[in-house]
Design a protein around this ligand. Structure first.
Ligand SMILES: NC(=O)c1ccc[n+]([C@@H]2O[C@H](COP(=O)([O-])OP(=O)(O)OC[C@H]3O[C@@H](n4cnc5c(N)ncnc54)[C@H](OP(=O)(O)O)[C@@H]3O)[C@@H](O)[C@H]2O)c1
Length: 238
């Protein structure tokens, strides 16, 4: 049976890398998108639609991911054994004093809550599948500690604790929980070329490395330079 990865945030810079890594590893993808335009964006950046099933849902709502899992359970969508989440909010520099309550809540919803729902509403399904080497992976960033851009930094902070808690809870389950801690900018290939940063295609090998190595469990995979794309550096989260 071909394994499949549910990717939440699939149409972004990191999501495209997760999709590429999953496909290159011989797996298929179930990608949650917000609309058809986002699906087309994904196909364009991934360079293919083969092996990718898309489903529309609002991942920022607390019923969005759950509705997708319910459709999988009902046999309306294909089964998955792995989850990768990377929903993100604004990547922008704004002084804390200028962040309105509405803007703060919107960014915490996109940057933190959506990734929390991506754990809470998929983990029982991964247990039920009982695949011997399931994985649940999240991408966080150094911005969360450096806080050069305060707004995205604040949404990263709780993801660190959430992933440590999830790592503890899954130390003895069939699911390997891991955090990719990315310390520099990665963008979809055409933006990366325009901006002189690393590309989703280059970063894809990090996910492939996690999928293929059962020793990486409850860990932070630290990506500090492009040398870490293929030679993974990881350490237990607790
Ligand atoms: N890129 C980096 O270099 C980097 C480095 C370190 C950490 N990270 C972290 O990785 C995560 C993703 O970053 P990214 O660069 O891939 O972000 P991105 O390109 O902005 O992508 C964000 C994803 O979230 C989705 N999304 C955002 N708001 C949404 C909403 N209201 N409703 C539905 N979907 C929504 C986007 O969908 P649409 O495509 O439909 O807009 C997209 O799939 C973030 O948590 C970020 O902090 C990124």
């Amino acid at each position: 049976m071909t394994e499949r990865v549910l990717v939440i945030g699939a149409t972004g810079n990191i999501g495209v890398a997760a999709v590429k890594g999953a496909l290159h590893s011989g797996r298929q993808v179930l990608a949650i998108v917000r609309n058809q335009a986002s699906a087309n964006k994904l196909y364009k950046h991934a360079g293919t639609s083969e092996g990718i099933t898309v489903v529309e849902a609002d991942v920022t709502s607390d019923t969005g991911v759950k509705s997708v899992v319910d459709q999988v359970k009902a046999g309306k969508l294909p089964a998955f054994q792995h989850v990768y989440t990377c929903v993100g909010g604004e990547y922008t520099d704004v002084a804390l004093k200028d962040i309105t309550t509405e803007r703060l809540r919107k960014n915490m919803n996109m940057g933190f809550e959506a990734n929390f729902f991506a754990y809470r509403d998929t983990i029982d399904y991964l247990y039920e599948q009982n695949h011997p080497d399931s994985t649940w992976t999240i991408c966080t960033g150094a911005q969360g500690e450096l806080a050069i851009f305060g707004l995205p930094a604040m949404t990263q902070g709780p993801l660190f604790s959430m992933t440590t808690a999830a790592s503890r809870e899954n130390e003895k389950t069939n699911v390997r929980v891991n955090e990719v801690y990315l310390m520099f900018r990665v963008e979809v290939d055409e933006d990366a070329a325009a901006h002189g940063v690393s590309s989703s295609t280059e970063f894809a090998s990090v996910y492939e490395g996690i999928l293929s190595n059962p020793a990486i469990r409850g860990s932070r995979v630290r990506v500090a330079s492009s040398e870490d794309f293929k030679d993974l550096k990881w350490a237990k989260k607790f």
